[in-house]
Design a protein around this ligand. Structure first.
Ligand code: ADP
Ligand code: GLC
Length: 650
């Protein structure tokens, strides 16, 4: 089967695609319709150009030759579900916009849909039967995803003896990565750890992920085929295979959306040309899969731009399907990535109605569509991963051009700081370490991990050296130009630096250069290596996180939990999780600096060195304090649970 994806190239020629489902009456040249009541209207200040965007330049979707259904080999022969059937007019239930203080800057917001408790856990109907329309039907109608009744998955019940202090809620996590299947950064950690903690807090959690071909074979082998169906997508005129592969671990159900046309690359992220269609497909398929499995969660919790269209699809095409009862939470892990492409391309791949493409939701500037921006408008709640970042992103410095939009939606925005999984990150049991230790014997054993690390990396073996670790994606976000600027001043003969990371070539090359220049004292591991990361957390004395911006940051939490003192810039979650060391009373968890300035970073490192070399007793106290600090998920997961309960107050 052709696995090559249609790259956005040109506007689609309608005639080509063989629509296997009800044809969508979409005219390319539509003018922007006046905003509908329940849709996010144009944010005031935007004198929305009336005309349809010229569909000319910027890669517009190339029509893939009409491939009738036949797609990816299905794992097991299960007859294909009939594709979504006829277009069902979606009744408009004009809801009043949320009443909370609304900054004047914008107008109507998407009406947060109140879930009807009664309907909540009903078995899925064969087909969404819309309630009698009370208002005019929407102009562009999409067919709901196939909702074919399958054997109802019994809801996992809490163990009898377990007493919970809050009522049970079901939550679907939707995101693009999750440890141990696929991880490029902290999002993968959160998608793994938070559901596990929520299970302990009386939640029924399902995590929906793409079934990337790069998921290690040992997990692929343990996945169980759950079913398959076909789904239309945007204006492609094709039906796409959606397989569901399931894996259950520690009370969390993982459902992998299978489609090798989209997920066959060796890396989850390739480039926007590929990633935009991929995540348009994924977000829609995730909702369709929930309907198909007849598992209708109370809350759908989506993560970052890759899943940001979920609330948008939910409140448009899926509003009157069973999953339309769910409430949505969208978490921003990193505002820098938003999923921006030109409007025709996004229209092509999503098939979303025109009213979504207004300045209050998807539209950005004159010709772009922004997936995250739309998700923020349509989500019932927005969270980000620290309180400080929640505030920062409403400022021009950190807002990545969405600060006004976020300020407008600030009534539904809050920060909940990340934690770490204490089973995955536990120096007392960590199999990657040379010597395990805990808070009671850290001072006796941590140095042994340092010696082992020095040996492993070819550094001069000397427990008296001050070892600084840096574990990071090597990107502009992480403050690496500050580090590069001061390396020569750091290398005083008593200091060693270990860098573990991959990313931008300029940083990789600079660190390689330093490794060469300071043999035995500087090590550049330009790789992604989970076990080595654990050994650096254990073997280093300090961990550097001088980020330009940092929504939360997990490496400083891992470091503290391993008795390694963080040296961080006071931004985002770094500010919220690392209390600056106070030389006068010895309080604090690490060493900090505020302005983005190489001199201040050097100063913070020198303060750390002074404590290490001159006041070791105080240093050791901080080591133990950091290990005792609660950086688990327990408290933060409780805040998410509270948020879910707020959204589902029955
Ligand atoms: P971000 O998500 O911005 O990359 P975080 O601090 O939230 O930053 O999370 C990074 C996660 O990725 C941590 O768990 C860290 O240990 C891990 N990590 C980053 N780079 C590497 C690497 N090269 N090898 C192994 N683990 C890494
Ligand atoms: C992002 C952020 C990081 C955060 C992680 C998990 O990748 O860069 O600060 O810790 O997501 O939320």
């Amino acid at each position: 089967m052709a696995q090559k994806k249609a790259h956005p190239k040109k506007p689609v020629s309608k005639a080509k695609a063989a629509p296997a489902v009800a044809a969508k009456p979409v005219a390319e040249e539509k003018t922007e319709p006046a905003p509908k009541k329940a849709e996010p209207a144009a944010e005031k200040a935007a004198p929305a150009p009336k005309k349809a965007e010229p569909v000319t330049e910027k890669a517009a979707p190339a029509p893939k030759k009409a491939e009738p259904v036949a797609e990816k080999a299905a794992p097991a022969p299960k007859k294909a579900e009939p594709a979504a059937e006829k277009a069902v007019p979606i009744p408009k239930k004009a809801k009043p916009a949320p009443k909370k203080a609304e900054p004047a800057a914008e107008k109507a917001v998407p009406a947060p849909k109140k879930a009807k408790p009664a309907a909540k856990k009903k078995p899925a109907a064969k087909k969404a039967t819309p309630a009698p329309a009370t208002e005019e039907p929407k102009p562009v109608v999409e067919e709901p995803a196939p909702v074919v009744a399958e054997p109802v998955q019994p809801k996992e019940e809490a163990p009898m003896e377990q007493q919970y202090d809050t009522p049970r809620r079901s939550v679907a996590f939707i995101g693009s990565e999750c440890h141990p299947f696929v991880k490029t950064g902290g999002l993968g950690d959160v998608m793994y750890a938070l559901p596990r903690e929520l299970v302990k807090q009386n939640c029924d959690v399902r995590v929906i992920l793409p079934r990337y071909a790069c998921i290690p074979q040992k997990y692929q082998d343990q996945m169980v085929y759950r079913g398959e169906f076909y789904m239309d997508l945007g204006e492609t005129g094709r039906n796409y295979y959606v397989g569901i592969m399931e894996y259950v671990h520690d009370g969390v159900v993982y459902d992998f959306i299978d489609n090798q046309e989209f997920f066959s690359a060796g890396n989850p992220y390739i480039g926007l040309v590929d990633d935009i269609p991929k995540y348009c497909f994924f977000s829609k398929a995730a909702l369709a899969a929930l309907n198909w499995m007849n598992w209708i969660p109370d809350v759908i919790h989506c993560h970052d731009w890759q899943a940001a269209l979920v609330p948008v699809y939910l409140r448009t095409m899926f509003q009157d399907t069973p999953v339309g009862h769910a409430q949505t939470v969208l978490t921003i892990h990193n505002l820098r990535f938003q999923g921006i492409y030109n409007i025709p391309t996004l229209k092509y791949w999503t098939g979303l109605p025109d009213e979504v493409f207004n300045m209050g939701a998807m539209k950005q500037g004159y010709e772009d569509a922004n997936m995250l921006k739309a998700g923020l408008a349509y989500a019932d709640r927005i969270t980000t991963v620290s309180g400080t970042y929640a505030w920062e992103i409403q400022t021009p410095e950190y807002g990545e051009k969405l600060e006004d939009h976020l300020r407008y939606h600030s009534y539904k925005l809050r920060g909940i700081v990340n934690g770490i999984d204490y089973e995955m990150w536990n120096p007392a049991t960590d199999p990657a370490l040379a010597v395990n230790y805990d808070i009671t014997n850290v001072l006796d054993h941590k140095w042994q991990n340092k010696l082992a690390l020095q040996e492993e990396l070819g550094l001069v073996q000397d427990q008296g050296k001050f070892v600084i670790g840096l574990i990071s994606r090597l990107t502009n976000q992480k403050g690496l130009d500050l580090v590069n600027a001061i390396v020569p001043e750091l290398m005083d003969g008593n200091t060693q630096v270990v860098v573990l990371g991959t990313g931008d070539k300029e940083y990789e090359d600079t660190f390689r250069y330093y490794e060469n220049a300071y043999r035995g004292m500087f090590c550049a591991c330009i790789q992604y290596d989970e076990a080595r990361a654990h050994r650096i957390y254990a073997g280093a004395d300090a961990l550097l996180v001088p980020s330009r911006f940092e929504p939360c940051g997990l490496t400083q939490l891992n470091a503290m939990h391993y008795g390694t003192l963080p040296i961080v810039r006071e931004t985002g979650g770094l500010k919220d999780t690392v209390e600056p060391y106070n030389v006068f009373n010895g309080d604090g968890n690490g060493f900090t600096f505020d302005r983005y300035d190489a001199g201040l970073l050097l100063d913070a490192i020198n303060r750390a060195k002074t404590e290490y070399f001159v006041n070791r007793y105080h240093w050791d106290e901080v080591v133990q304090r950091d290990m005792a600090k609660d950086v688990s998920w327990e408290n933060s997961a409780r805040q998410y649970k509270d948020l879910y309960l707020e959204l589902t107050p029955w």
